[in-house]
Design a binder for this molecule. Structure first.
Ligand SMILES: [Zn+2]
Length: 288
């Protein structure tokens, strides 16, 4: 699933291309994953302008005129594809060759803008969704989701992290980092990487972490997320046709998905364990 850096990358890529455009039409073959009957959805969004594109946790928000918003979750395999006569963007990345910016059999929703460009929502596994809300309804939805703090915000300080650690002393650090109601945006990839950075094993209990380790976890969250955004995220799935420059952070991963390979720091074989049903990779020697 795309995590904070990937969704942020998509946001930044699309920002330059769709903000300011007016929706001329909307289509979907996907009743379950839009929250209103298609005819009603279509009637509302036609003629609305995209005023901004925002991110909250792992979700995107199309901020529309007249107080409407579309909340988008890509889930496991959702993809936003922007196409015009001169440009093609997949997941916010320019794709030079080998990618068709036309709808395909995995396209389940599409926006047509008044300048004839398009935004397609492709999803192989169909877990993703596009929900249309009024501003106040969107605020209510966010309330219901009980989303945690944005880790790249100014409010997320070392003291804040220490406070929230105190509230969940018996959680394993990996589960703590992945809990969207505590910190929003980290999933399996970046929680593994943060644990490696802090030299702590993913199954350590929060209450047993030392002061020095807490500092490193804090530092790791900020540094790793920022470095990944800079590299345009991690390409972790092969559903893309062309990788191009996309997702260069894959090369910088230290442990995630590297089970059985050698640790880049000490050469020890990377191990894996299941924590809360998720596989976590770590180095037995570098992480205590
Ligand atoms: Zn190691």
């Amino acid at each position: 699933m795309p995590e904070l850096p990937e969704v942020e990358t998509i946001k930044r890529g699309l920002e330059k291309n769709i903000v300011g455009k007016t929706i001329a039409d909307f289509g979907s073959d996907w009743k379950k994953n839009i929250n209103k009957p298609l005819a009603e959805y279509k009637k509302i969004v036609k003629g609305l302008k995209i005023e901004a594109i925002k991110r909250r946790a792992k979700m995107l928000i199309l901020d529309l005129s007249k107080g409407w918003d579309i909340l988008i979750h890509l889930k496991l395999t959702g993809q936003l594809v922007y196409g015009s006569k001169t440009k093609c963007l997949v997941g916010g990345h320019p794709i030079e060759e080998g990618y068709d910016c036309l709808p395909n059999k995995f396209t389940h929703a599409s926006f047509t803008f008044t300048d004839k460009s398009h935004l397609y929502f492709n999803d192989i596994r169909k877990f993703g969704w596009l929900r249309l809300y009024k501003d106040n309804e969107l605020a209510e939805e966010f309330e219901k989701m009980k989303l945690g703090i944005e880790p790249l915000s100014k409010e997320f300080t070392l003291d804040y992290l220490k406070q929230i650690f105190k509230k969940k002393p018996n959680k394993k650090i990996k589960q703590f980092l992945m809990d969207q109601t505590i910190i929003a945006g980290l999933g399996n990839i970046y929680s593994d990487e943060v644990c490696f950075y802090a030299k702590v094993r993913p199954n350590r209990l929060v209450k047993d972490l030392k002061e020095k380790e807490i500092k490193l976890i804090y530092q790791g969250i900020k540094k790793i997320l920022q470095a990944s955004i800079k590299a345009q995220g991690t390409t972790f799935s092969n559903y893309r046709n062309a990788e191009g420059e996309a997702g260069a952070y894959s090369k910088q991963l230290k442990v995630y998905g590297r089970y059985g390979e050698k640790c880049k720091v000490c050469g020890t074989e990377i191990k894996r364990i299941k924590i809360g049903g998720r596989t976590s990779s770590y180095c037995l020697k570098c992480q205590k």
